[in-house]
Design a protein around this ligand. Sequence first.
Ligand code: RP5
Length: 163
Amino acid sequence: MSSALIGIIMGSDSDLPVMEQAVEILNEMEIPYELTIVSAHRTPDRMVEYSKSAYARGLKVIIAGAGGAAHLPGMVASQTTLPVIGVPIKSSNSIDGWDSILSILQMPNGIPVATVALNAAKNAGILAARMLSPFSEEITKKLEQFRKVNEIKVLQAVEKVKK
Ligand code: RP5
């Protein structure tokens, strides 16, 4: 997609089923994004290149998903001034996902990563949209619509379970 505002990256193609939730919500809100694989430990040069060029390429937020010793979001955040949202992914050999959660959540002072819940790539997409919202009426309207739809769904459920 051209003129991407949000960069979605992940450490491995095995993370894709989770990260697709972010893709879906951004498609729904019609916010341009780019999607690719960048591994902190398998392609360190590519990670540096991606992070250092992100701002100049017009990205406003980076969503980075990783599992295991999940240093991708933190390493990317260390090389850009853009906000980075980390998605801890429960990979196949994980310690119930705690390895990814703690690796991403426990960033030392000075290099923040906004961490969402385990496998919560949808929330990462929504949070990225919210970060852009103060600068775009169009995105704000999409977020309002999204909130409204959620509200209606709950009110319909209230009616359904009422006795
Ligand atoms: C991390 O290692 C990736 O983010 C992935 O979650 C995990 C496992 O990767 P694969 O061995 O499936 O490629 O770097």
